[in-house]
Design a protein around this ligand. Structure first.
Ligand SMILES: *Cc1c(COP(=O)(O)O)cnc(C)c1O
Length: 389
């Protein structure tokens, strides 16, 4: 069992206010904040290089912890500044020729879709959307029919930003690999709230952010690459960390996923990310999943008892994202009136997941995303605030 009292004491921001935006930017626990702040102080005392050298072991631990969480090896992880950066680093490294096809999901995150459209335009390739089933998940049969040897990459959003569903992963990987396509998993909304094992899932790459369910600092993200790709893929952009300049007219790529990193980074944030992942591993991802899912289900049940409120989550398997609308009220007005009552939620607008929102004729949904540090009373306060709005 999670020690709720301890995790709440570690999270001062959740004590007197209701914070329900871990899908946006969660509250980092106190040890994470301490790691970041103390490293910034140390940099001011001895300079950034010496401060980093003093923490070499802890810095190596960051990838080791992430690898443990993902069931991967540390050398298959690249540390970057965001999920989008990670996603793009992989995507822009996939060679594309005229006529090649890129498949995306109906719930594709806008940044991914925009990158796909840009590359399709410059390479003469095509972006196609794999339809969803009536219950919201990616339609495996439709995918099967769409796949051929021109499909280079399938971008799969595991948990969409605008609702509570979880997409199937292993099934998509098996189908895509049948035609030699790569699968890039956007795990930005799933890593840190559901168990993920990259070997079991078989994905070629996975992108995620630090600040959402992992409760890490802002400006952190990670890319996992299948070992063979970490050794062989050439990133679109390199520096003296991703490659070595050892002869005048040539360079040698780093032997592992660090070829996808640049040398400069916020060392303080990186240390904070390491502490966040270790904190999560100590609590246990299975316990976290249970706690998140119980809170989200409770919120869905209670919100749907309110007249004029519609819970918008699709899917048979659910994440911790709870999306809803209030009849005749702009979601931003709902968000604002909840904020006035110290209940923090956010709004997911049409532009973030354009295809899905357009299909469902929604301009925006209110998004509440409880984490394990939330109490059931927090959910009651959310529901009361929505009822009063
Ligand atoms: C938030 C989000 C992203 C982008 O994450 P950043 O760290 O802001 O780049 C990507 N995909 C999904 C599904 C998201 O919700």
């Amino acid at each position: 069992m999670l020690d709720q009292q301890r995790v709440r004491e570690d999270t001062p921001g959740c004590l007197d206010k209701v914070f329900l935006d871990s899908a946006g930017s969660s509250l980092p626990p106190r040890p994470v904040v301490d790691a970041v702040v103390s490293h910034l102080r140390r940099e001011a005392e001895v300079g950034g290089y010496r401060a980093a050298a003093e923490r070499a072991d802890d810095l190596a631990e960051v990838k080791a912890s992430i690898a443990e969480l993902l069931g991967a090896r540390p050398e298959d992880i690249a540390l970057v500044e965001s999920a989008t950066r990670a996603w793009a680093d992989f995507f822009y490294a996939v060679p594309l020729s005229p006529g090649d096809r890129i498949l995306i999901t109906e719930v594709e995150y806008a940044s991914n879709a925009i990158a796909a459209l840009q590359r399709a335009r410059t390479a003469g390739a095509h972006v196609e959307v794999v339809p969803s089933t009536p219950t919201g998940e990616l339609d495996l049969e439709a995918l099967h029919k769409m796949l051929d040897e021109r499909v280079r990459v399938v971008s799969l959003v595991h948990a969409p930003t605008n609702g509570g569903l979880l997409n199937p992963v292993r099934e998509v990987v098996d189908l895509a690999h049948g035609v030699g396509a790569l699968v890039l998993l956007d795990a930005c909304q799933s890593l840190g709230q559901v168990p993920l094992d990259v070997v079991e899932l078989g994905v070629d790459a996975l992108s995620a952010t630090g600040r959402k369910w992992l409760r890490g600092p802002r400006g952190t993200g990670l890319l996992y690459l299948r070992p063979e790709l970490a050794r062989t893929m050439e990133p679109a952009a390199l520096d003296l960390h991703g490659a070595q300049w050892a002869e005048e007219s040539g360079y040698r790529l780093a032997p592992d996923a660090s070829r996808f990193e640049f040398w400069e980074c916020s060392v303080a944030s990186r240390l904070g990310l390491g502490v966040a992942v270790r904190y999560l591993l100590d609590l246990g991802i299975d316990e976290i999943e249970q706690a998140v899912s119980a809170r989200a289900e409770y919120a869905r049940t209670e919100l749907s008892t309110l007249s004029g409120v519609t819970v918008r989550d699709l899917g048979g398997q659910r994440s911790g994202i709870v999306s809803f609308t209030v009849d005749g009220v702009d979601p931003n007005v709902v968000r604002k009136s909840l904020a006035d009552k110290d209940v923090t939620v956010t709004v997911s607008g049409r532009g973030s997941t354009f295809v899905d929102m357009s299909k469902r004729n929604l301009d925006g949904v209110v998004r509440a995303s409880p984490h394990y540090f939330n109490t059931f009373e927090d959910i009651d306060r959310l529901v009361a605030a929505v009822a009063e709005r």
